[in-house]
Structures are given as C-alpha cells and as structure tokens.
Write a protein that binds this ligand. Structure first.
Ligand code: 5AD
Ligand code: SF4
Length: 449
C-alpha cells in the first residue's frame, strides 16, 4: 500500500495538520496522488465544528464504499474521528483507521498496523502533553507557512466541540518555534502564520516562560521573515502587549481576528465566553487607539439558544460600532457533548437564517465603507497569483485584504518572469465589499521593491 490521497476539511489547524501528515507519509515511502480512485490509502482529515461539516465526510465515505473491496484502505482523521471514535467503524465498515489530532505523533506506528492488515486501528487518546512536531512537513504554499505554537483548548464554550476533539492545551517551546521560523526563512518563506485554537493562552514550556506577545515580538525579529500573522485569538486572553508588539514592528501584520460570537452580554454569559460586551470593547479600543491601522475581523454565531430579538439587535449594534473589516457568520448548530445541548429554547431554523441574512447585509455595507477608505492609498502586497480571466495579479495586504492589480511593465507572467511570491507596492484605485483593486506603482519609486 504505497499511494495515498488526502482531502482536508475545516480550519487552518486542520490544513496544517494535513501538511504534516503528508510529510510523514512521504517520508515513509508513500506517494501522494491527486484522485481517490488512484490511491491505495484514502484519508479524510475532518471537521466537526458544525453538523454540516461532519456530514460531508460521511457522504464522501459512502461515495467510495464500493471500492473498499479491492484492497483500498480508508482512514478518518481529525475532529470527526476524535468525536465519533469507534462508532465510525459501525457507520462505515470499510474504514480501517480512525485517529484524532492528539494522536498524530503516533501516526507512523498506526500506519505500520494498517500496513500489517489490521482493519480497525485507532488513535483516540486525548491524554497527551505532546504537540505534533515533525521535520517532514510538506507545505502547500511556497511563500506563506503555518507554524503551530499551541494545540488543544482548555476553554469550555457552551457550543463548541473543540475541547473534545483536540484535547488539552499544550504549547511548543519558543526555541522550536523560532528555529522553525528561521529554517523557513532560509528556504524562501517570507510570511509566517502562527497557529493555535487560542494563541493568546500560549505559554512557553521552557525556562524563558514567554507569553504570546513575547513569542510574537520575537518571531517578528527572525531575519528573512517579512510578515507574521496569527490566529485564532480568544478575547479573554487577548492582552494589550499584543497590540503594543504590533505597533512596534511592521513585520507583525496589522490584522487581528478576534471572535466575539455575540454582542449581548447575556448571550456571552450563557455561551461561557468568559468576557462581557464591555470587556470585549475595551480590547477593540486598544486596537483603535494603536498607531497602526489594525484590521479587525470576527466570528459570530446567530441563533444561539435563547437569543432574543434584543440580543440580536445588540450584535448588530456591536458590528456597527467596531466596523469589522470582515466577519464569518454562522447559524448555531447543535454539537455532541457540548453544554448548550441542555438549553431548551432553541431558535427555529428560518429565524436563524433571517438573522444571518440581516447581519450579512449590514456587514456588507460596513465593508464597502471600510474598504473605500483605502482608495488613493499605496499598499504593499505579497503577490499570491495571477487571474487569467481578469488579467490581474492577486495580492494580499498586511491587513489581510485581497488587492487585485495591474502592472503595466508585467501585464501577465512572461518567460518565467512572475511576481508571485514577491512584494509589490500598489496604488488602490477601487474598492468593493470583499476586495480592493489598483495599479502597481513603478518599481523605481523610492522604498519600493
Ligand atoms: N455552531 C455554529 N457555529 C459554531 N462555531 C463554533 N461552534 C459552533 C456551533 N456549534 C463557530 C464559532 C467559531 C468558529 C470557528 O465557528 O464562531 O469561532
Ligand atoms: Fe473544525 Fe474546530 Fe476541528 Fe478546526 S478544530 S477542524 S474548526 S472542529
């Protein structure tokens, strides 16, 4: 069994876990293939944050069920694997491997068992103090790299499966994080994204005892690294030192994703979020008062059990007050094991949909306003690609906004000459709700690469 296919669902943590899983498999002599029908080992790295995400993997497993007979082996990894455990063998008997992310350090051993013909291999223990560190990570992007700094979550938000699927919090040493950043800089990566379910509760397990702000500041000083991002932040653990670190070093991108979930303190309290609306707004003020123009993005759940019309109004008001640069809005979805299951006053599906649409509409107007402020300004972008249909280069600003642009000197990639992976200075000339557009300033302009 030496060819494998992997499909990944869910968040950036999952995307990065898959990069490490792929690296581990390649190192064990496997070859990656692009289609499940070509593979001897088919892996799904799954997400269970909402019911829809969970259902996806079961429909995928159904799709390929018939092929299991001819020696094809299926494995379920990630959050659904952890959540459903051995029940997956009952629901999909052609699955041979079920492993949650807290067991990935044991992946080579688990693979040996699968290769040996064991048809029910599991890695489901959450009792671990280890992080999944491997030198064999096979990264998808040659310019931007994820680095995990903390795994797991010790919070207990009433709606959330993550503490049950990713185990307890455990931080990596700052030394290994900085070493990885340096190695990446040496191999041509210029942007780093520090990852964790809650990066703000990072605590260096080695003697330096750094907190997240210290780790962030030091990552920003790694030679060769031009941009550092981080995700995700929990407002309760978000301290002013993080804003100060961003103010002190332009290498640290001026974008903070700070999920609020609701604008109502009473909903926040029932969600067990551990902060009130006022406490959240204090953190927003730190960012609004910063020297740099920090983009703020968020996640919101509409229709949490018991959310009244007035609670929802408070969320709308909060969105107006903060003026988020972008927002992910989700309808509340019941998850196994979570404490919100015990609430009785569930909101009807149509009402959740209505609230989602109202908020989306408001947020769209806010984004149009926010983005229009960039017209006439010059922004540095990391060039990510070229869009053949629109004949524009695709760049990303430090605020994490997409900025599409034309370049009169290089209207399209030519003779191996491409801007992808390089930095360019772009004059913003137009703005929409979801992106900016502009023209590249001539490279001769001082201070421009
Ligand atoms: N229902 C809906 N949305 C959820 N999220 C987490 N759990 C649920 C759930 N049960 C959302 C939160 C979180 C984002 C990653 O997913 O907004 O920040
Ligand atoms: Fe999905 Fe959460 Fe697991 Fe990420 S950690 S894959 S969002 S359930």
């Amino acid at each position: 069994m030496k060819t494998f296919y992997i499909e990944t669902f869910g968040c950036q943590m999952n995307a990065h876990d898959s990069e490490k899983v792929v690296g581990t498999l390649l190192q064990k002599g496997y070859t990656q293939v692009e289609r499940p029908d070509e593979a001897e080992l088919v892996l799904y790295n799954t997400c269970s944050i909402r019911d829809k995400a969970e259902q996806k993997v079961f429909s995928r497993l159904q799709q390929f069920k018939r092929e299991a007979g001819n020696g094809k082996v299926f494995g379920v990894l990630g959050c659904v694997a952890q959540q459903e455990g051995e029940r997956i063998f009952e629901r999909a008997p052609h699955v041979s491997l079920v492993a949650g992310s807290a067991s990935y350090t044991k992946l080579p051993e688990l693979l040996v068992q699968v290769e040996g013909g064991n048809r029910r291999v599991t890695g489901l223990s959450l009792d671990t103090d280890q992080t999944f560190d491997t030198p064999f990570t096979q990264r998808d992007n040659p310019h931007r790299a994820y680095i995990t700094i903390i795994e797991g979550c010790d919070k207990a938000c009433a709606y959330c499966v993550v503490p049950f699927t990713r185990g307890p919090e455990r931080s990596r040493t700052s030394e290994s994080v900085l070493r990885e950043a340096s190695t990446l800089a040496g191999s041509g990566y210029s942007e780093i994204q520090l990852l964790g379910q809650n990066v703000n509760s990072y605590r260096d397990p080695s003697s330096s005892g750094w907190d997240f702000a210290q780790l962030l500041a030091n990552t920003g000083n790694v030679p060769g690294i031009r941009r550092v991002r981080f995700t995700t932040s929990h407002p309760r653990d978000f301290v002013k030192d993080i804003v100060d670190a961003i103010d002190d070093n332009p290498v640290l991108c001026n974008h903070v994703h700070l999920p609020v979930q609701s604008g109502s303190s009473s909903v926040l309290s029932r969600m067990q979020r551990l902060y009130s609306r006022d406490q959240y707004m204090r953190r927003i003020e730190w960012m609004k008062n910063a020297k740099r123009n920090i983009a703020i993005t968020t996640d919101i759940i509409v229709g949490f059990p018991g959310e009244t019309e007035s609670d929802f109004e408070q969320t709308l008001q909060l969105a107006e007050e903060v003026e988020y640069d972008s927002m992910f809005i989700f309808k509340y979805s019941k998850r196994p094991n979570t404490s919100a299951l015990q609430f009785e006053d569930h909101i009807p599906e149509e009402e959740k949909t209505r609230r989602l649409m109202v908020l989306q509409e408001r947020q769209r107007a806010i984004q149009i306003r926010r983005n229009a402020e960039f017209i006439g300004k010059s922004e540095e972008v990391l060039v990510e690609g070229y869009n053949v249909a629109t004949r524009q280069w695709i760049g990303r600003t430090t605020q994490n906004k997409t900025l599409n642009f034309c370049d009169s000197n290089l209207p399209a990639p030519a003779d191996g000459d491409t801007l992808v992976g390089r930095y360019a200075q772009v004059l913003v000339t137009r703005a929409g709700p979801n992106s900016l557009a502009g023209e590249r300033l001539a490279p001769a302009v001082p201070g421009v690469q």
